[in-house]
Design a protein around this ligand. Structure first.
Ligand code: ARG
Length: 434
């Protein structure tokens, strides 16, 4: 009991000194969280009154409050009282573009230099972390800006989520991952453009050389690119196979941007780890994904933003026309995928819409066929499996990194609770405490 009082004193000191106005609590100090409710994403259960002990950035114990032996808490442990909150593992997003600004689309993008994009990334990294997203895959950035962003976060220079950056997205000449806005005199060409099996292998090697942790390529046309057809496959099977084989040799996972049915099927056959968007996936595509364990990362919120704010942000009329076709169809396909029991990731495409609003997609995932628990599992343990990081992250388990968030209310009852995250810890450091 005495021990517990000492910890409570630690709490008030922590609140005064540790986490006000964006400051960061001492990393090394052990912490004891009292969770009123704790979401165990491994078993799909919500546990009551758990104590989580955090030492050196890792979860070192999780036990019922009623039975935990408090004498084992280190003397300098700081108590964090979340007894009236729901505690969850840090969320993750399998598809963001931190260096993109949602109010800058279409021809406006031509005015953005790579250094400017990197600065935008600094701002968005913090917004993303404060929204409870402690891990993100950044699927494409100009000039490897996302890799420097990751390095700056890891060095502790700026706050941000744990990042898995793709560097340059690989794509065909004139495809979704190229820059098609200007006439030929300008010779504009995106950095990841390559044609032919050996040329695409070289791009994979180049991304790896400069620090990419995942490979992204474009396997069909897209909504926001000029002059591409959503349904049209980009890259032959041979080229896709070369990308996947080379990436896997280097120990990197592969994410394909694909809306159209044929491009999706070809990419799954080529062995990609996740299909991004997957908007018009066929029944055969769903069967293939299920058989191979391929993840679908379906950004089913973003359509609302594109159709309401997109024009003002500079999105081209032809893109708005494509979105009108793809948005609703994608939600129906998401429902079919949920029914079929295909692996679903949580991927939002934040950057197309404002960062920090990633959590808005949860309600859509629940409206279109997932239980709240399944939607939360997609954004935690599901994504962690896709990213290959379950040893360190993705659930609240002893031995994993202490990436922990908390919200008011019960997300099992109202998933929108996740749109307003009150407490954020990453690697044992408290970044937010409302
Ligand atoms: N980056 C994607 C593209 O341009 C955004 C697609 C958004 N629309 C959607 N319904 N998910 O293709």
């Amino acid at each position: 009991m005495l021990k517990y009082l000492a910890l409570s004193t630690g709490l008030s000191l922590g609140l005064i000194f540790g986490v006000s106005a964006g400051a960061v609590a001492a990393e090394d100090a052990p912490k004891v969280i009292h969770a009123g409710a704790m979401v165990d994403v491994e078993t799909g259960q919500v546990l009551r009154d758990r104590v989580i002990l955090i030492e050196a950035g890792l979860i070192s114990a999780i036990e019922p409050k009623a039975t935990i032996d408090e004498t084992r808490f280190p003397d300098n442990a700081e108590l964090i009282d979340l007894s009236n909150m729901t505690v969850l593992p840090g969320l993750s997003d399998s598809h963001v573009h931190l260096t993109s600004d949602a109010s800058v689309h279409g021809y406006k993008r031509l005015t953005v230099s790579t250094p400017r994009a990197a600065i935008t990334g600094v701002v968005n990294a913090e917004k993303t972390l404060m929204a409870g997203f402690t891990t993100v895959r950044n699927l494409g950035a100009p000039g490897f800006a996302d890799i420097d962003l990751m390095n700056a976060i890891e060095a502790g220079d700026i706050p941000g989520p744990h990042m898995i950056p793709a560097g340059r997205s690989i794509g065909i000449t004139g495809g979704h991952c190229d820059n098609n806005l200007l006439p030929f005199e300008y010779e504009a060409k995106a950095g990841g453009v390559a044609d032919g099996p050996w040329a695409v292998r070289a791009k994979v090697r180049e991304n790896n050389k400069y620090g990419a942790k995942v490979i992204k390529f474009c396997g069909t046309g897209g909504v926001l690119s000029k002059g591409t057809k959503i349904g049209a496959q980009q890259f032959s099977f041979e080229e896709m196979k070369a990308i996947v084989e080379e990436a896997h040799l280097l120990g990197l996972k592969v994410a394909v941007h694909a809306h159209g049915a044929e491009g999706i099927e070809t990419a799954i056959r080529a062995g990609v780890d996740s299909v991004e968007h997957a908007s018009l996936i066929s029944d055969e595509g769903l069967r293939m994904a299920k058989r191979k364990g391929t993840y679908l990362s379906m950004d089913i919120y973003v359509s609302d933003y594109i159709l309401s704010e997109g024009e003002a942000a500079g999105i081209l009329e032809e893109s708005l026309a494509k979105e009108r076709v793809v948005g609703k169809a994608q939600r129906e396909k998401f429902q079919a995928a949920a029914r079929a029991g295909v692996n679903l990731a949580f991927g939002s495409d934040a950057g197309v819409y404002p960062h920090g609003q990633n959590g808005r997609q949860f309600a859509y995932m629940v409206d279109w066929g997932l239980t709240p628990m399944k939607a939360i599992q997609a954004a935690t343990i599901g994504n962690a499996k896709l990213f290959g990081i379950t040893k360190d992250r993705g659930s609240l388990s002893v031995g994993k990194r202490a990436d922990i968030i908390a919200v008011d209310g019960d997300p099992m009852d109202d998933i929108r609770a996740l749109e307003d995250v009150d407490f954020v810890m990453k690697d044992g450091v408290v970044y937010k405490r409302d």
